[in-house]
Design a protein around this ligand. Structure first.
Ligand code: SAH
Length: 262
């Protein structure tokens, strides 16, 4: 019998992967990887490793979850070491749980290798601590892609009132609605908001504003997915430390006025 590994590859920077995840990639017979996985990591695989892309297919639809589950089970049953490689952490909006269920149901052995999730890493790289003793003692990880007001919409009211920092995944196309909801439910319209596009990569871009202004700014700047929206006072910390932080490209270029990267 083989074994399946449900692996987090980290937020984008290929060096932000765990040692354990890297070992999995190096030992895999089959790798099933997602769109947000940094392709550089695939170079670590064995030459004979079978590498299968599970993101957007040529017909522009994503591989169905049932197909992915089926492949996972099939290859593992064949006695292979199978790695299901996902962006960030596999259990944070990654459907990792569904894959674990599919494997468990047929009695196959598996292991979950956590990864650094984008909702913490992207803000960190933009100079925003997700918690801070004075600015934020609680944070929530939220999906922003629920249909407006639908039955499975997130509880924006409780979030607005009870949580200091909100990290929103997949929130770009719904940003106007989300901000409106938070303001209607009692969050101050001046609450600072940052949006980090392609966090921890060389293409990282950060825009900031308030709950009132950010949707317009994001539209004007054409910010696209993948991006994390951070709502909360912790965003102000970025302004305080920006002149001293040199880890991200944007700051570096700002400091060195268009000088070469690194
Ligand atoms: N499992 C992943 C999340 C998958 S959902 C994790 O733990 O990070 C996909 C969403 O994650 C994207 O739409 C975006 O909101 C966010 N995301 C993933 N990588 C990102 C990155 N490098 N920068 C900003 N947001 C990112």
């Amino acid at each position: 019998m083989g074994k399946a590994y449900i692996v987090g590859s980290g937020p984008g920077d290929p060096e932000l992967i765990t040692v354990k995840a890297l070992k999995c990639i190096q030992q895999a017979d089959v790798i099933l990887y997602d769109r947000l996985v940094n392709r550089e990591l695939l170079a670590e695989a064995k030459r004979e490793c079978q590498i299968i892309y599970c993101g957007k297919q040529p017909a522009h639809h994503t591989m169905k979850q049932e197909t992915i589950n089926h492949l996972l089970v099939k290859f593992t049953k064949q006695g292979k070491t199978v790695v299901r490689l996902k962006g960030g952490d596999p259990f944070v909006f990654g459907r990792g749980a569904e894959e674990v269920e599919a494997l468990a149901k047929v009695g196959l052995s598996y292991e979950v290798i956590p990864g650094i999730t984008a909702g913490i890493a992207a803000p960190a790289n933009a100079g925003i601590p997700i918690t801070h003793r004075e600015m934020g003692s609680s944070f929530a990880i939220v999906t922003g892609n629920r249909k407006n007001g639908g039955p499975r919409d997130v509880d924006w009211k409780s979030l607005a009132l009870a949580v200091d920092t909100i990290a929103i995944y997949m929130g770009i196309s719904n940003l106007g609605y989300i901000c409106q909801e938070l303001m209607c439910q009692g969050k101050n319209e001046h609450t600072p908001v940052a949006v980090i596009e392609q966090g921890t990569t060389m293409n990282q871009r950060v825009v900031t504003g308030s709950l009132r202004s950010i949707a317009t700014i994001v539209e004007k700047e054409r910010v696209k997915n993948p991006a994390i929206v951070v709502v909360g006072e912790v965003v102000r910390f970025r302004e305080k430390i920006l002149p001293f932080q040199q880890v991200n490209v944007e700051n570096f270029e700002r400091l060195h006025e268009g000088g070469s990267r690194w």
